[in-house]
Design a protein around this ligand. Sequence first.
Ligand code: IPE
Ligand code: IPE
Ligand code: MG
Length: 246
Amino acid sequence: MSYLSKIDLTKTPKHIAIIMDGNGRWAQKQGHLRLYGHNFGVESIRETLKAAKELKIEYLTLYAFSTENWNRPKEEVDGLMDLLVKSLANEIKELSDTGVRLSTIGDIEGLPQECQDELQESIELTKDNNEINLVLALNYSARWEIIDAVKKIASEVKSSNLLINDLNAEKFGLYLNTKNIPDPELLIRTSGERRISNFLLWQIAYTEFHFTEVLWPDFKREDLYKAVLDFQSRERRFGKVSEQLT
Ligand code: IPE
Ligand code: IPE
Ligand code: MG
């Protein structure tokens, strides 16, 4: 029986974030180059997106390339950038026709011009869709995002557009790349690693974590259902005690 039938569709997370990890190991286990795994990872994105839509998830954020990933061998970095451009070009029409609205977080200006152009076109094409928001984290690092916010805040304080005492957590969030996006209720990381790797540090203050041994190219719909079921088994107390929750 599918895990889907066990999910309470009235209590699914609004926002799921995923650290898609394990492409390289998946390929190497089969004697292939790492890029082979990245290519297969695209199919997992397709499947995950379909499952997320079934569950009426409003935001799906995928960690696709971290600022630290520039330190990989040039061949792999070039291959990943190429894959991004080709996948967008191939998929965007169908994504758009099925109601996907694309956006990005991260330092997009640091990506090759070709990627920036393809992204801009895709974002423009899908801007009026409202079935699901697909947020790609590209050249993203949470520390970069936070420092970037602090710089903007400092400059507003300096020009007297913002009073220091008016700053609070809610206002701070408006200076992040994720402004207007609710914090993720569920964060999934594949491949058995149990770390955050500079992803959404501010936004995950109260997020539930689901770690799975499954490598990203093997991650399919049932794996997303399983993660959501795990999420639904948690008691989210937000500092209170059990008895206070209704
Ligand atoms: C995740 O898979 C994809 C990216 C980071 C771009 P990896 O490439 O990190 O795969 P492993 O962790 O080396 O197996
Ligand atoms: C995190 O995976 C980044 C992405 C999934 C894009 P990594 O594979 O780069 O993380 P580390 O280096 O193992 O922490
Ligand atoms: Mg990895």
